[in-house]
Design a protein around this ligand. Structure first.
Ligand code: ADP
Ligand code: MG
Length: 268
């Protein structure tokens, strides 16, 4: 597959939308795999107690596996909890476990509670500056876990499902990002909006796309991710669709989206 230009500094991309089921995890794992296939070294950090990203990347994450929980709450270095994904030699993952479900509350009483993840990520990247992309898969909320993801990141990617109420909740999300930029992470860049589960046969999908482009302008990728059963099947095989069925429409569009993200980053 084609190689992509590699960023000089690690791009830490938080994938966020407080709505569940909009394609956050699917986008994280498929973009990550697409970048790895295209020559980049990629780390996925699973910050959702559900652990769907860990599952999709074929990573063990039962309750005894050291995970993002140990990093956030017990101060374990990322180094000690990173696993290699069987998906690709250049694809790494920090799994999440069910323990993370209580982390929001535990973080609340900690020092520097908004910066715990950033401190861990910065320590890790100091020793591992060969990581080109670090993706953070957020839980469907705007609690302390997600705030930690915002402060750790250099940029934000918002997946938006091409469905009724697509923009519902977006203004709250943008308010939160604005407050993060004001108080916690002034260089955070809302860089990318990605339309997911797009059905080109429906007027609704086209209307949503128009509305999203009207709202976000050229932050919205040209590439849209089609609704495709292959995309939803792939996690059942512990694989991403870009590996499971590389010529399917979902795989092609995630590779195309990765290319756009790489090229846009290269222009900055
Ligand atoms: P989130 O992480 O935002 O909760 P997911 O990525 O888990 O969302 O996606 C929600 C559900 O939709 C999953 O079952 C997933 O397999 C499915 N899905 C995501 N993207 C697509 C797509 N392009 N086509 C078909 N199903 C999809
Ligand atoms: Mg998810």
């Amino acid at each position: 597959s084609g190689q992509l230009p590699l960023p000089e500094d690690t791009r830490v991309i938080t994938v966020v939308n407080q709505k569940g089921g909009v394609g956050k995890t699917t986008s994280v794992v498929n973009l990550a795999a697409a970048f790895a296939q295209a020559g980049a070294k990629v780390l996925v950090l699973d910050l959702d107690p559900q652990g769907n990203a860990s599952t999709a990347l074929g990573i063990e994450h039962h309750a005894e596996v050291p995970s993002t929980y140990e990093v956030l709450i017990e101060g374990a270095p990322l180094e000690d909890v990173v696993q290699q994904s069987p998906e690709h030699e250049r694809l790494l993952c920090v799994p999440s476990t069910i323990h993370l479900a209580g982390a929001d509350l535990e973080l609340a009483t900690m020092d520097r509670r908004e910066y715990v993840l950033r401190d861990a990520v910065q320590d890790y990247l100091m020793e591992h500056d060969d990581i080109h992309y670090l993706f953070i898969d957020c839980p469907p909320s705007l609690g302390l876990l997600t705030i930690n993801a915002f402060t750790a990141a250099s940029e934000v990617l918002i997946p938006i499902q091409s469905e009724y109420y697509a923009l519902e909740g977006v203004s709250q999300l943008l308010d939160t990002i604005g407050r993060i930029q004001q108080h916690l992470n002034p260089t955070l860049d809302l860089a990318t909006v990605l339309l997911t589960m797009y059905d080109g046969r429906t007027i609704l999908s086209k209307q949503v796309a128009e509305e999203v482009r009207g709202h976000f302008g050229d932050k919205t990728l040209e590439t849209v991710i089609p609704r495709s059963v292959r995309v939803s099947e792939a996690p059942g095989f512990g694989q991403t669709v870009v590996t499971y069925d590389p010529n399917s429409p979902g795989a092609l569009s995630y590779r195309e989206a990765a290319k756009e993200i790489a090229l846009r980053g290269a222009q900055k």
